[in-house]
Ligand binder design. Structure first.
Ligand code: NAD
Ligand code: 6OD
Length: 463
């Protein structure tokens, strides 16, 4: 469905067990054919061709992503589709240039041995992805998996099937051998997702999505002890000190809270602001939130689109209701916008800011994944760090200050996988990406991805 107006865009075939079996078998066979014989240079050349083909179909990918997700065309054009191409280019270059460790080892008889490691593919990798950044997150996993010589079976979210399918056309056009990239569509439990994760011929599973789903997949793969990489949910904090660059910070936090209608795992849903600037900060954040243009995702001027589905909109609205029951003060928003046209059938929610909740409130503890934040004042650095870290999640955080020492110091105390200082979602794809606690297992990005998507075989040669 198109989340902007609730219309049906396309029918998608749900894969049954037999189709998933066929996809996994095709991926297994491809490992032993031409693909398996390619070296890193050959694979890197093909990965660059994939990026070329994505760029050639830029408008087509943007249109598909906008129709599937309802995200503004400006966002899909500047973030999702360019990042898809970049994912392939970065891992193409990295696989060619990355070195592996070697050791000259002294032996007890006064001679020596040489230890060195070689990379081997894991085999068939099952890739399961969510709906919020469908192409970006899919290619974030497909690119390093292919760079390492694996074959893949991908299961995109049932909400956003289009770009994974278009990527299959790209693979063909780029000359990727048959069976290397396979797509199955469907749901999670008792459907394509579960059939894939429990398949005995799938050698590893990489997953991005909700923490609860990660737990379910972990139970499924436990029986066959498959390696897993999990990028899960978050309840991210931003800490704003009184000495921050005020305008830059409010604008940065506005992005961190509301980008993609708050549907980015890295979004800040908890904002902690030093008491001396609290009132002014909340007032200016409100001004920004109210200035966002909600509307038709195809309009270039639109800043925020709808939520992904009626079900997700209802979940977000249920948290708006809960916030009031828990005693929140509504600074702005808290409901659904009205357009007076076909967008009223879409799944929109207003940009919303709350204050006044206790830190123990469910709205401060649970991931909402919508255009909403709660702002809390603090009086000391220790208090801010304590509140920011008081969560079972631990994906990302951001610190806003012009005091460089404090920026480093507080960043290093954050119990998360990624901390930004005076910025947010600024990505270098070579850096480690992942979370602690309920936010995930393992790290991807750069060499961390190469290490997950390959097995190292250490060879010890007596000299
Ligand atoms: P989700 O967990 O509901 O679904 C993700 C994928 O898992 C979908 O393809 C779904 O069909 C599949 N799935 C569901 N149950 C399954 C099962 N039992 N077995 C196999 N597959 C199953 O997540 P979502 O609602 O699509 O995405 C939003 C969530 O993703 C949020 O919690 C967000 O924080 C998280 N997220 C995390 C990151 C990150 O990098 N840490 C990135 C994006 C999104
Ligand atoms: O930028 C990335 O590599 C990445 N994995 C982003 C995840 C965003 C979550 O919604």
């Amino acid at each position: 469905m198109n989340p902007a107006d609730g219309s049906v865009i396309a029918q998608v075939a749900e894969a049954d067990q037999a189709l998933v079996d066929a996809a996994v078998q095709s991926a297994g066979v491809a490992l032993c054919r031409e693909w398996g014989g390619l070296g890193t240079t050959g694979r890197a050349v093909l990965l660059h061709k994939i990026a070329d083909e994505i760029e050639r179909r830029f408008d087509c990918f943007v249109a598909a992503e906008v129709a599937d997700t309802g995200k503004p065309i400006s966002l899909a054009s500047r973030l999702d589709v360019p990042r898809a191409a970049a994912n392939f280019r970065v891992f193409a270059d990295l696989i060619k240039t990355s070195a592996l460790e070697s050791f000259q080892t002294e032996t007890p008889d006064g001679k020596s041995a040489l230890n060195y490691a070689v990379r081997k593919p894991l085999g068939v990798v099952g890739i399961i992805t969510p709906w919020n950044l469908p192409l970006l997150l899919l290619t974030w996993k497909v690119a390093p998996a292919l760079a390492c010589g694996n074959t893949v079976v991908v299961k995109p979210s049932e909400e956003t099937p289009a770009t994974a399918t278009l990527l299959a056309e790209v693979m063909q056009a780029a000359g990727i051998p048959k069976g290397v990239y396979n797509v199955v569509h469907g749901f999670g439990p008792n459907s394509a997702g579960e059939f894939l994760t429990q398949h005995s011929d799938v050698n590893a599973v990489t997953f991005t999505g909700e923490s609860q789903t990660g737990a379910a997949i972990m139970r499924t793969v436990a029986a066959s002890v498959k390696p897993v990489s999990f990028e899960l949910g978050g309840k991210n904090a931003a800490i704003v000190f009184a000495d921050c660059d005020f305008e830059e910070t409010v604008n940065g936090i506005s992005d961190a809270v509301f980008l993609n209608t708050g549907q980015v795992c890295l979004c800040a849903e908890r904002v902690y602001v030093e008491r001396s600037i609290f009132g002014r900060f909340v007032e200016t954040l409100k001004r920004n939130a109210e200035a966002f243009r909600l509307g038709d995702p195809l309009e270039k001027a639109t800043d925020l689109g709808p939520l992904i589905s009626a079900q997700h909109r209802d979940k977000v609205l249920s948290y708006f209701k809960l916030a009031k029951e828990e005693g929140a003060t509504t600074i702005t928003g808290g409901g659904m916008p009205r357009f007076g046209n076909k967008l009223d059938a879409g799944f929109y929610a207003q940009p919303t800011i709350y204050t006044g909740l206790k830190e123990s409130a469910r709205c401060v503890k649970e991931e909402i994944f919508g255009p909403v934040c709660h702002v809390t004042p603090f009086d000391s650095e220790d208090e801010a760090v304590h509140m920011a870290n008081d969560t079972k999640y631990g994906l990302a955080g951001s610190i806003w200050t012009t005091n460089l020492k404090r920026g480093h110091r507080v960043a290093q105390r954050m119990n998360v996988g990624i901390t930004w200082v005076n910025c947010w979602f600024l990505r270098d794809l070579r850096t480690p990406f992942g979370g602690v606690g309920l936010s995930g297992i393992g790290r991807e990005g750069g060499l961390h991805s190469l290490n997950f998507y390959s097995e190292l075989n250490n060879i010890c040669v007596r000299l």
